[in-house]
Design a binder for this molecule. Structure first.
Ligand SMILES: Cc1ncc(COP(=O)(O)O)c(C=O)c1O
Length: 409
């Protein structure tokens, strides 16, 4: 269901007054929970069963059918999902998994959880996802899998990456945490991986507080995830279950998803219209044949035609009262991959194979990933455009961009 919204734009402000910020009210909040979620939570209380029952099963069934796969399993969060995906695929000590430097930490740190070796490959600027070419250069006889992230709801190069996975007999895991409802050639993101993972964290498009989903078409992987999810089986397993509360809220949010995604898309198109083809800032477009869902609207900043660093530019935008921000720093620079003290797990740092050989004592910081570094630090910035964000909000955000650029032209 698509929420109602006012599509008329009334502007009665002087947008070019340099001394007055364009906006003094807070940016609309996401998410907002309503009557349907209240009813859903009450239903759980009244059922007297707060975990692993009908709500979780129903949410899993509906979600699998929405993505177009056979199975879904509800978990406590997507980090658990990524960990279990690797465990279910049998990835362990010394196995290499190719990961992106541009994502949330879990998309790469999950590999350390299995005592395996994250191998960072560079991203491509078309999608900000892993570059198929860069992946190919990193494959060794120890490579077992690729984790492909669809950043901020912009589909990555699935064909390029899955062709390489097939050719080299590697598993493909999709991290679709940002990409609920996104499509690649009319198929839902999350239906391409051997296993795919979604985050239902409070800030995500299906927002249940804290929860995650793992989907797969393969019966044996689904069964393996099922066994690994709960303590008590004969093999080493975890306590990674979804609560009934999260599932009950998730069911409501799944029903709203397509309507809310339409609004995100409308907002993205409006931003383009209001920016009116300026050269310093462009909204990021999704690649041909795909449908993006704009978990965040991304912008590309052309730092070659304006004498202002991205940090300075963002600071000035924020002074206009709009919450633009940079996104994330490249993960290979993160302390998790450059531990000063003894790492919690031995592999890869203490593994003889890697000592002083393949990766210069595994100082991940020294790896060269020029596209990720240039784009993360100097080019990409974002704005949340979830449904409560309306036409006037987008207009003001576009005006803020133009105002700051004009000041420096
Ligand atoms: C791309 C990506 N993958 C995985 C996660 C982990 O999600 P969760 O918080 O549900 O563990 C996040 C969280 O922000 C994310 O952005």
């Amino acid at each position: 269901m698509k929420p109602e919204r006012n599509k008329t734009l009334k502007i009665n402000q002087s947008v070019n007054n340099a001394d007055v910020p364009l906006r003094s009210t807070p940016w609309p909040v996401w998410p907002i929970y309503g009557e349907s979620e209240k009813k859903a939570v009450l239903r759980v209380i009244e059922s007297n069963q707060l975990f692993a029952a009908d709500e979780v099963r129903e949410f899993e069934k509906n979600f699998a059918s929405y993505i177009g796969v056979k199975h879904a399993k509800g978990l406590g969060n997507a980090t658990q999902g990524l960990h279990l995906a690797l465990a279910a695929l049998g990835i362990g000590v010394g196995d290499e998994v190719i990961v992106t430097p541009y994502s949330w930490i879990s998309s790469a740190s999950c590999v350390l959880m299995q005592n395996a070796v994250p191998i960072f490959a560079d991203i491509e600027n078309k999608t900000y996802g892993l570059s198929a070419e860069a992946i190919e250069e990193k494959i060794t006889d120890r490579t077992k899998a690729i984790i492909l992230v669809h950043m901020f709801g912009y589909p990555a190069d699935i064909k390029g990456v899955s062709d390489i996975a097939k050719k080299n007999d590697l598993y493909l895991i999709e991290d679709a945490s940002h990409a609920f409802g996104a499509e690649y050639h009319d198929r839902k993101i999350g239906s391409f991986g051997d296993i795919s993972v979604f985050s239902c964290h409070q800030r995500k498009a299906i927002c249940c507080g804290d929860a995650g989903l793992v989907v797969t078409d393969k019966d044996e992987l689904d069964q393996s995830i099922y066994r690994l999810r709960s303590f008590g089986d004969s093999e080493l397993s975890y306590n990674y279950r979804m609560t009934e509360f999260a599932a009950a809220i998730g069911r409501v949010r799944l029903e709203n998803l397509d309507g809310e995604n339409e609004i995100r898309k409308e907002n993205a198109l409006l931003m383009d219209q209001f920016l009116d083809n300026i050269s310093v800032v462009k909204t990021k477009k999704t690649i041909e044949g795909t449908k993006g869902v704009y978990y965040r609207l991304l912008f590309e900043y052309n730092n070659e035609i304006i004498q202002l660093s991205l940090d300075e530019f963002i600071e000035q935008l924020r002074a206009e009262g709009i919450p633009f921000s940079k996104t994330w720093e490249p993960l290979h620079l993160h302390p998790h991959f450059n531990p000063v003290h003894d790492p919690a797990r031995g592999c890869p740092w203490k593994w003889p194979l890697y000592k002083g050989t393949t990766m210069k004592n595994l100082n991940y910081r020294d790896i060269s990933l020029p596209v990720a570094e240039e784009y993360c630090f100097n080019k990409i910035f974002e704005l949340p455009i979830h449904p409560p964000v309306g036409v006037k909000d987008i207009y003001q955000a576009a005006e803020a961009i133009k105002k700051v650029i004009n000041k420096h032209s």
